[in-house]
Design a protein around this ligand. Sequence first.
Ligand SMILES: [Zn+2]
Length: 445
Amino acid sequence: MSKIKTSLLRNVIIPFGDLIFGQKMMRRINFLEEAQYWPLEKINERRARDLQALIQTAYSEVPIYHQSMNQVGVQPGDINTLDDISKLPIITKEILRAGYPKQTTRSTGRKVYQASTSGSTGKNFYVMEDNLTAGWYRASFILSLEWAGWEIGEPHLQLGMTINRSLERQLKDLFFGCQYVSAYQLDDEHLSTMLDIIDQHQIKYIMGYPGSLYFLAKYAIEQGWNQPLRSIVTWGDTLYPHYRETITKAFSTKVFDTYGCAEGIQISAQCAHGNYHIHTLDTIVEFLDDNGNPVPPGETGNIVLTRLHPGPMPFIRYQLGDLGVPSTDDCCSCGRTFPTMNSIQGRNADVVLTPSGNRLIVHFFTGILEHFCEINSFQVVQQNEETINILIVPNDHISDDRLDEIRFALQTRGADDMNICFNIVDQIPLPSSGKHRFVINKTVE
Ligand SMILES: [Zn+2]
């Protein structure tokens, strides 16, 4: 049955959806499934061609790249090989924020929409996208899920943040075999419901934020629930070693971590051998020191991304704000030729614990606060058992009514028994690590 369903999805339903939404996702999935085993030379030829086209487009249509290339005296014709990318200037989030949208976007002749992200610096950041771009990164995301053994349409439980599912998403859930539950309702009652759903629907895959899955796994162990699953896929936060250990133990299976960013770029994901393969046909990933030079394999560097698909808002040598380590060994016995990276660092996940026992992960706060455009950056501090203090740096001004709306949104979506105070500040102090923390739980520090 599942084979027939998968084939129907791949050959009829998804191509039909692609036609309606202008995504070309299935075509891209088919391409990537084959290309992941190409010889590296063939992969790199393709990337170099895509890079040339990207630079040409960005130079002629996106003012910020036109100006920055002129400033360093580089013309599109100077970018021929993948190594030539080092001639281009590095673009930071601050530069893109300041120039958005006029200086940083282009017309693709398609309908565009704005996506917001809290990014890794805690400041809201807007990105412009169209359906073709979404189809492009969703294809790589599905490829990551396939690396975890999942096939399109197989039943799975997803812990996510978009609880009010639109009709389009509900249809997608239905076709893709997705049982969608809140990643924010992590009290024992909801965790028990999740285990019931797994039983009822004979689910073999669970996907979501490591922080949420960790609490589900702990609860499953406490309850003596021990049905083996096929695999677990995580995204969005750091998968700490103790998270991985507990999840593996609870569900008697491997955890496949994926790494992407909210700017619409899939960066890497784990194969069954545990290596993080870079989605190298999507993105050029560089690991650079603070002077912009590549770090040697095995050493930590700033992650700088070039998305090979231009879309309405090209990303060329974009410094993400995350740290990563290039791999010392590029060969993986799974047979995929996509290069690997060692580890992902610099994202932190702290948790607020509510008096009734709910656990609020970083994504709970970023997922709600990023929709308030008055917020420049924020930090949540749990002072004591029932109080959180939210430091907010406003863009200009934020009214008391809007603060009430934020409080209401947080309380109705999981923090119903917390006192929520706000503190409007000029800036949020950075810790000595230099890495912004979204959530600090002082009751455990
Ligand atoms: Zn591999």
